[in-house]
Design a binder for this molecule. Structure first.
Ligand code: SIN
Ligand code: MN
Length: 271
């Protein structure tokens, strides 16, 4: 897949692109089997929440080594649909993955993500320029009831806002301050929900404001995120760097593979 120049312009203008049904039912089934498998692993890379210890996030699925490594998610990350789109929107063919994560937002219990810009945490990781983008793929249908993600169109042009630390969920993060957020919501168009059947994807800029609500539905909401950075924008050394699973030290440029990589990986996993 190659994005059209209009799509790249749209990304620059709105800060995101939507891709309904980008991945097939067969591909999604393979990725869901892998999600099931990895969610059984006990590791610091698998973050749980609530009394039932439901998985909230699983990290580092895209590498060849480590407890949470998944050949199928690795293959997904290298498909033209994901990697080529990221290269085109970052206007650079040399990109690497800052991290990958799979948010499992469990039925009834899965918690919200307050409005935030991803780049704040990544700047603290030592990354100078907001030239990063994330491709996310929904692995179960995403709806407002199950806590789909919302994006605030054009808000990446705001630059970095001054955030506050939110420690209300099992994953602590930097979020937009409420008075600022109220102003942004007056200034920009209505938030856009990232909804659609499993396999639907979105690519979004690292300064785009986004959020998602609690999962009030009876089904889990599973969604993978691949966060890309330009190799030339790799982090500078920082004191007490975050672990490799959130701040990768693998800065080798990624190479685009064939589109059928997930299906091939699925066959190998089944053999
Ligand atoms: C995130 O912003 O990192 C997660 C949002 C979500 O899973 O809905
Ligand atoms: Mn985010």
């Amino acid at each position: 897949m190659e994005l059209t120049p209009e799509q790249v312009k749209q990304f620059d203008r709105d800060g995101f692109l939507l891709f309904p049904n980008l991945f097939s039912g067969e591909e999604v089934d393979i990725l869901r089997q892998e999600t099931d498998r990895i969610s059984q692993i006990r590791s610091e890379m698998v973050v749980r929440e609530g009394e039932t210890e439901a998985v909230k996030i699983m990290f580092r699925l895209h590498e060849t080594d480590g407890e949470t490594a998944s050949p199928a998610f690795r293959a997904a990350a290298h498909t033209p649909r994901i990697l080529r789109a990221a290269q085109q929107c970052l206007h650079d063919d040399d990109v690497y993955m800052h991290h990958s994560k799979l948010n499992m937002k469990a039925a009834i219990e899965g918690s919200a993500w307050m409005w935030h810009q991803d780049f704040h945490a990544w700047h603290l990781d030592g990354i100078a320029e907001p030239n990063m983008a994330t491709m996310t793929v929904v692995l179960t249908e995403a709806t407002p009831l199950n806590g789909c993600m919302y994006v605030l169109p054009g808000s990446h042009r705001e630059g970095r806002s001054d955030p506050r630390r939110d420690e209300s969920t099992a994953y602590k993060l930097w979020v937009a301050k409420t008075p600022d957020m109220k102003e942004y919501m007056k200034k920009y168009p209505e938030p856009v929900p990232i909804v659609g059947g499993a396999g639907t994807a979105a690519l979004f800029h690292c300064n785009l404001l986004h959020a998602s609500g609690h999962n009030l539905s009876a089904e889990d909401r599973w969604q993978i995120f691949f966060c890309f950075n330009q190799c030339k924008n790799r982090p500078a050394d920082v004191e007490n760097p975050r672990p490799d699973y959130v701040r990768s030290r693998n800065w080798t440029p990624l190479t685009v593979s064939a589109e059928d990589g997930i299906v091939t990986a699925g066959r190998e996993l089944a053999a």
